[in-house]
Design a protein around this ligand. Structure first.
Ligand SMILES: Nc1nc2c(c(=O)[nH]1)N[C@H]1C(S)=C(S)[C@@H](COP(=O)(O)O)O[C@H]1N2
Ligand SMILES: [Mo]
Length: 196
């Protein structure tokens, strides 16, 4: 007889171990945008990384030519919802940074529409982040950041900038949009780095 039982117990459903502290599961996918949804056709879209050495830029086709990956990840919003097992397709930041030389350790992410968010470069490399172009088997809906958004599933979802248009490398960590308004500089859902 097994004492390790999944699913229902006498006291109700066990807490899913994939659920960070203070989070609740959602089945739907809420839309959270601080402003209007920009309209960026892929023909006009480009993505750039600016470093102390200059700017590297990719068109939509050049981005996809770097190679897309399929990943299944859980996402955690600081407003306490978690969505498990989301299917995404995108280009790994590792592919983009293969073409970039920098000694800076921090990144400001910029979006069409003006949104920004800051990250440490180490939180974007080694299979931790993507420029995502599809979710749940469909091109990314404009409301959810289409044509492309950053996807950094290990951190709260405000770090996953929708309508992403580029990265600017920084020597020091500087706060982005929500971080200037009290959100945490790092945003690890497992240690509840929500506000500071
Ligand atoms: N450009 C941009 N990116 C953004 C936001 C935003 O307002 N603008 N909101 C952030 C927040 S707070 C969250 S929780 C997620 C929401 O993504 P969703 O609307 O696809 O669920 O996007 C993040 N990325
Ligand atoms: Mo959020």
């Amino acid at each position: 007889m097994s004492f390790i039982t999944r699913g229902f117990t006498g006291r109700g459903r066990e807490r899913d171990p994939r659920l960070p502290p203070g989070q609740s599961l959602v089945e739907d996918w809420p839309v959270l945008s601080a402003g209007p949804t920009p309209d960026v056709p892929t023909e006009e879209w480009s993505f750039s990384i600016r470093t102390e050495n200059g700017v590297t830029k990719w068109t939509w086709d050049e981005l996809l030519a770097l190679g897309v990956e399929d990943v299944t990840v859980d996402i955690h919003c600081v407003t306490h919802w978690t969505k498990l097992d989301m299917d995404w397709r995108g280009v790994s930041l590792d592919r983009l940074f293969e073409n970039v030389e920098t000694s800076a350790d921090y990144v400001m992410v910029h979006s069409f529409g003006g949104y920004t968010t800051n990250l440490a470069l180490e939180d974007l490399l080694d299979g931790k982040a993507w420029v995502a172009t599809e979710a749940e088997g469909e091109p990314l809906d404009p409301e959810h950041g289409g044509p492309a958004r950053l996807l950094v599933p290990a951190l709260y979802f405000w770090k996953s900038a929708k309508w992403v248009r580029g990265l600017v490398m920084m020597e020091d960590d500087e706060p982005g949009f929500w971080e200037q308004n009290g959100y945490h500089m790092h945003g690890d859902p497992w240690t509840e780095e929500r506000y500071w």
